[in-house]
Design a protein around this ligand. Structure first.
Ligand code: SF4
Ligand code: SF4
Length: 438
């Protein structure tokens, strides 16, 4: 067998030794629950990766399938008595796979030549959006991929691409409106899905923050956070993206805020996965300290008075339920903050759905490669949504929004999926000022 290098797994030696094979994770892993495959669960993955590192197994295509079949949801980690960090060794094994065997042809083009070049990526998405009319539109922004495209989508409902990306709709510098004092300057990290699919979420973030005295800098030079790329094992391109993103945000910004749970988690993980040299690690760690998810920024940093959270008129009288994105609840331990906001909203009722923190099955590109499995995992989420009897499903990750919209539509549930920031009214402050003037 050819000699392999395990540069990344060597950095995760401690994590690789943590599993004691008790099998407790089999009760929780969403993949094992559906497949009953030992290679699908943390214990089995750990054994495979240990054998790989020992040289008893090799980087074969079959091995790639097994290490790629993981949602990186961390359900195993939070339920493991040994706190074995299985997601970290899975990512490190993927990175060693890529450095030994390279990326498959299409992924190589996408990761190295398209996604890192923001304008090219945007233009390709834009061209694709011009052909959206070919797909039948079902409801709102969602289009249904018909059976003839089943190889691509298997009947999946996909969101339509915005004709005007967020970055083209907002200036780089967004100051608080006249009459509102600037308390702080922050950077806003948009994220690809918000930029291309949900620009209204980004505008809601900027409007809410500026109306609360925050100057919001939205650098044009920012790109993809890199999660889909480096979590797939391409650490080299991940580092290029991390370097560019960090350089895009000037040092005088107090925080870097994002409203995408995957992006906030991925930016916070730069130092852990991509900090390969002392210099890089130090630079990444300084950046990571400033990164805040929007929920923790509003509740823990700004510490807004609960009366500052006002519900938009269109959601009054509705019952809201909340889905915890894996990247928020288990990757960042952010659970109470969105509930603080939701409970503060007068005029709507907040109800918990059963198993709100259960993975929705999206897992980024996992749902593309394993759509049938992703759909089975999503069934549990559909049951939770149904049982909540809510009118609106709220979350804080554009990736989850795509999956939850697909799930609710597959089940013909008339329950719109919205981002938590879309619920919040920012205009009240101005109205108050007008009233005072009168
Ligand atoms: S990953 Fe944790 S829960 Fe699973 S077998 Fe290993 S020690 Fe047990
Ligand atoms: S991270 Fe999630 S999908 Fe992967 S092994 Fe753990 S529980 Fe299973």
């Amino acid at each position: 067998m050819k000699k392999r290098n395990f540069k990344e797994l060597e950095r995760f030696e401690k994590e690789l030794s943590q599993c004691m094979k008790c099998g407790f994770c089999t009760f929780f892993c969403p993949i094992y629950q559906e497949t009953r495959l030992e290679s699908g669960v943390a214990r089995g993955k750990t054994v495979l990766i240990r054998e790989l590192k020992k040289g008893a197994l090799d980087f074969t295509n079959e091995m790639a399938t097994k290490i790629n079949m993981c949602l990186l949801c961390r359900t195993c980690v939070v339920n493991c008595p040994a706190k074995a960090q299985t997601d970290e060794i899975v990512v490190a094994a993927r990175a060693d796979y890529v450095s030994n065997k390279g990326l498959p042809f299409l992924k190589n083009i996408l990761f190295k030549w398209i996604m890192p070049k923001r304008n090219l990526f945007g233009n390709i998405v834009k061209i694709a959006s011009k052909f959206q009319w070919l797909l039948p539109k079902t409801k709102g922004k969602i289009r249904h991929l018909p059976d003839f495209l089943s190889a691509l989508g298997k009947g999946r409902n996909i969101p339509s691409i915005s004709h005007n990306f967020l970055r083209n709709q907002v200036p780089e510098v967004n100051k608080p409106p006249e009459g509102i004092q600037t308390k702080m300057k922050i950077g806003y990290f948009i994220g690809c899905a918000t930029d291309f699919v949900y620009p209204e979420v980004g505008k809601a973030v900027i409007n809410f923050l500026t109306h609360h005295g925050i100057e919001v800098f939205v650098p044009k030079a920012q790109g993809c956070c890199g999660v889909p790329i480096y979590m797939s094992g391409d650490f080299d391109t991940g580092r290029d993206l991390a370097d560019k993103n960090i350089a895009a945000f000037p040092d005088d910004l107090e925080y870097i805020v994002t409203a995408c749970a995957t992006c906030s988690s991925g930016l916070k993980d730069y130092a852990k996965y991509l900090g390969d040299t002392e210099e890089r690690k130090k630079r990444y760690e300084a950046f990571v300290k400033k990164v805040k998810d929007i929920n923790e920024f509003l509740v823990d940093v700004l510490k807004l008075d609960l009366s500052e959270y006002k519900l938009k008129e269109e959601y009054k009288g509705k019952k809201l339920t909340w889905h915890d994105p894996c990247h928020l609840v288990r990757h960042q331990n952010i659970k109470e903050q969105p509930r603080t906001i939701l409970n503060a909203l007068d005029g709507a009722e907040f109800v918990e759905m059963p198993n709100a923190d259960r993975c929705c099955g999206m897992g980024g590109s996992f749902s593309i490669y394993y759509y049938d499995l992703s759909k089975k995992i999503a069934e549990h989420k559909a049951k939770g949504i149904e049982a909540s009897n809510a009118d609106i499903v709220v979350t804080s990750c554009p990736g989850c929004m795509i999956q939850l919209t697909d799930i609710t539509m597959q089940h013909e549930m008339d329950k719109p999926v919205v981002h938590i920031m879309e619920l919040l009214d920012w205009e009240k402050k101005e109205e108050k000022k007008e009233e005072k003037k009168e």
